[in-house]
Each structure stands twice: as C-alpha cells, then as structure tokens.
Design a protein around this ligand. Structure first.
Ligand SMILES: NC(=O)c1ccc[n+]([C@@H]2O[C@H](COP(=O)([O-])OP(=O)(O)OC[C@H]3O[C@@H](n4cnc5c(N)ncnc54)[C@H](OP(=O)(O)O)[C@@H]3O)[C@@H](O)[C@H]2O)c1
Ligand SMILES: [Zn+2]
Ligand SMILES: [Zn+2]
Length: 348
C-alpha cells in the first residue's frame, strides 16, 4: 500500500478538503501513474454532493486523468516507466462478457468498476479517483496519450470527449448532418468541436445568451436560446441528431420538436427521471429518444488519435486543486469555459 495525498469530500455538500488514502500495492497487471492533470466533470460534483444517493464517503472524484507511468507490475507488457498515459471513467470490467468483447466496457454485463465510488473487483474496497497525487490501474484500462497531444488538454477527452464522440459515431454523423447540442458546458463544447470536425452543421441550444459568441468561436454555425419560443418554433423538424447534455431533470419535449424525420435525441446529461415525454411528439417524424454512457476503451483510444490528428482540443481553464470548491460553485452557475483542469502539481 502507498500513502496518497488527494482532495475529497467526507460528507455530502461539504467542501472538498485534503485527505490521505492508501493506493493498493501493484498487482501483476497493474500500472502506477503519477497524475499530472485531472479534468473536472459535472459528474464529480454530482457524486461529491451525493445527488444520486449512492456516494460512499470519503469520496475522491476525478475521472479525466492524465499522467506518467511510475511503476508497472510484473505482467504488464504495454507500458513502461515514463510513458504518457490516461485513465477515464472506468478502471475495470469483467473482460469476457459480450459487451466487453464488443469493446463496450461501460455496458459490462457483470457491472463495471468506476474510477471512483466503485468497488475493486479483488478486494471490494471503494475506488478513489484522480484528484490525487497518483493512482493504480489495471493495464487494460490505461490509455496512451499520443505524442502530438498536449498533456494539459488530454484529460477532458477521457469523459466529456468520449461521452459525446460515442453517439456522434453511433449515429454516423458526417458531412452535412444536422446536429444540435443542448447545453454549452464541458460535454457540450466538445460535442460542438467534434461534430464540426466530422463535417456536421452544428447548432448550440443554450440558456446563456452570453455564450453565443463563444459557441460560434467553437465552430457552431447557429445558436438558439432555449427560452426564445419563436426561434425554437422556427427551428422545428430541423435536426438529425440532438445531444442533450443538461445535467438535471428537465422537459425534453421542446427539444424533441426540433427533430426531423427519423431524428434521434440522445440523452447524455440527465441520468435521472425526466419530466413526462409526449408520445405524439415521438410518433411524428418517427423520432427516437436514446441514451448513451461514456464509451469503450478502444473507441476512447481512437478519439485520442482523432483529436491529435485533427488538432481538436478542449478549451481548458487550468486551476489549482485548492480552487476546486470555487470551480464547483461556478459549475452550479453554468460558468464553465469550458472545462476546468486541475494542475496536480499544486497538490505538492
Ligand atoms: N452519459 C454519460 O456517460 C455522462 C458522462 C459524463 C457526464 N455526464 C453528465 O452530463 C452532464 C453534463 O456534464 P458537463 O460536465 O458537461 O456539465 P457542465 O460543464 O456543467 O455543463 C452543463 C451545461 O448544461 C446547461 N445547463 C445547466 N443546467 C441547466 C438547466 N437546468 N436547464 C438547461 N440547461 C442547463 C448549461 O449550459 P448553457 O449555459 O449553455 O445552457 C451548462 O453549462 C452531467 O449531468 C454529467 O453527470 C454523463
Ligand atoms: Zn465525467
Ligand atoms: Zn464484461
């Protein structure tokens, strides 16, 4: 066991404070990683606040982890000390069910082991995330950061990036696809950049008039204010795919109306009950409503390669770990431009 300094929550709605946890001794197939940067996902705040009622305290969030390999177990073949690596939302799955064999580890039929607030498959201990000096992860769940990708910007690709990339690929977004992104935060801004890079016509639907210029600078072709009833009505039936990143329960009907024939609204934000959906809105235009959960390891590695090749990087605001509570507070006010990334050197 190795002592590890980190930041975590000891109870719901309390500020995150410095904590000490123990990282396990290396198993044969483990990689130890010194963490350089960790992105701040809205999910981190949901868990720290126990929004979903499932948090085990103390909770050390963080699943957009980037760093260097500091040690490897005896059976590790893919990584060596010094390699630039990354870890996303999962640190283990069964590796042999149909989902795992299809590269869809988030849907492992035997349950996944999330990077934090999960249960280690061997010991049953609670997992702790990346707001920390270092982490120990099974080799299969460690990704490689391409040389062409700046380490400071790689973190947000591990959750925000893959969560929107996966449905963009699944629904075959390409040249001329009409895509709307609801909510311009961490996930939303990556969705804009990636959909634009794939050749789509992209519209941002926002509650924040002040983000319109940013949306265009990120590559969006059009911006809609969700409370502008006239503009929303004029946009009816106009989209093939809508990525809805709103982080809490809401009324999806005004967005469903925007889907054209055979269009799909993919929910990636609100992982909780929604306000009732109007069946007639779904029936018209053969609309669908779907969900999506992060993405598999192979697809995440492919996203890192795509971003390195096309120069698609998140807009990051670098913070010190000591500023994490202020960052959470800004996130509750939709004031994220567009992903906080913790420089872990600040942890000391
Ligand atoms: N499915 C998955 O696998 C997965 C993975 C990662 C995260 N998530 C979830 O995705 C959600 C978004 O995460 P994030 O990190 O992108 O959050 P974020 O950076 O806080 O962005 C969310 C954006 O949604 C908009 N918004 C917030 N509250 C709203 C409301 N009440 N009504 C309408 N719009 C609202 C705001 O954009 P505007 O100012 O533009 O309106 C806000 O910036 C979280 O709930 C997170 O837990 C899911
Ligand atoms: Zn996340
Ligand atoms: Zn499995």
């Amino acid at each position: 066991m190795t002592d590890c300094l980190c930041y975590g929550a000891t109870e719901a709605r309390a500020d995150l404070t410095p904590l000490r946890i123990a990282r396990r001794a290396l198993r044969d197939d483990d990689v130890a990683i010194t963490i350089a940067y960790c992105g701040v996902c809205h999910t981190d705040m949901h868990f720290a606040h126990n929004d979903w009622g499932s948090t085990v305290f103390p909770c050390v969030p963080g699943h957009e982890i980037v760093g260097h390999v500091s040690a490897v177990g005896s059976a590790v073949s893919r990584y060596k000390v010094g390699d630039r690596v990354a870890v996303g939302c999962l640190v283990d799955s069964c590796q042999h069910c149909a989902a795992c064999e299809d590269g869809q580890e988030p849907h492992c039929q035997h349950g996944t082991t999330p990077t934090y607030n999960g249960r280690d498959r061997v010991t049953g201990d609670i997992t702790h995330g990346g707001y920390a000096q270092h982490i120990v992860v099974r080799e299969q769940f460690v990704l490689r950061v391409p040389e062409a990708l700046d380490m400071r910007y790689a973190g947000p690709l591990l959750c925000a990036g893959i969560t929107v990339w996966s449905p963009l690929r699944q629904y075959q977004v390409g040249q001329g696809s009409r895509v709307a992104v609801v909510g311009l935060g961490g996930l939303g801004h990556m969705a804009v950049k990636l959909a634009v890079a794939l050749g789509a016509q992209v519209t941002v639907i926002t509650t924040s008039p002040g983000k319109a210029d940013d949306a265009r600078a990120l590559g969006a072709h059009q911006v809609l204010l969700s409370n502008d009833a006239q503009a929303m009505a004029a946009a009816a039936n106009g989209f093939d795919l809508i990525l809805d990143t709103i982080p809490r329960t809401h009324n999806v009907n005004p967005y469903l109306m925007l889907l054209g024939r055979n269009g799909t609204l993919v929910l990636v934000g609100a992982l909780e009950p929604l306000e009732p959906i109007h069946g007639a809105l779904l029936a018209r235009n053969n609309r669908s409503i779907a969900g999506s959960l992060i993405g598999g390891l192979e697809q995440t590695q492919a996203l890192l390669a795509f971003c390195a090749e096309h120069g698609v990087l998140p807009d990051c605001e670098m913070i010190r770990i000591q500023d994490i509570n202020q960052a959470f507070e800004r996130m509750t006010r939709n004031d994220v431009k567009y992903r906080f990334v913790i420089d872990m050197a600040s942890l000391g």
